[in-house]
Design a protein around this ligand. Structure first.
Ligand SMILES: [Zn+2]
Length: 51
């Protein structure tokens, strides 16, 4: 699975199940793209969402 930041629109439907798993309980947000993920490895500039 590549970074969400690099994913294309066409990839979203084909990877839908995997994407729901990655994004349903996010712990990180990309400070460049505003995408969220449970693991920082999916983002190009991850920042922790932890309080
Ligand atoms: Zn990014």
């Amino acid at each position: 699975m590549k970074q969400l930041c690099k994913i294309k629109k066409d990839d979203i439907s084909s990877c839908f199940r995997k994407l729901t798993d990655i994004t349903c309980k996010p712990k990180f947000m990309c400070t460049k793209c505003a995408r969220v993920a449970k693991d920082e490895k999916y983002l190009c500039r991850p920042a922790s969402l932890a309080k």
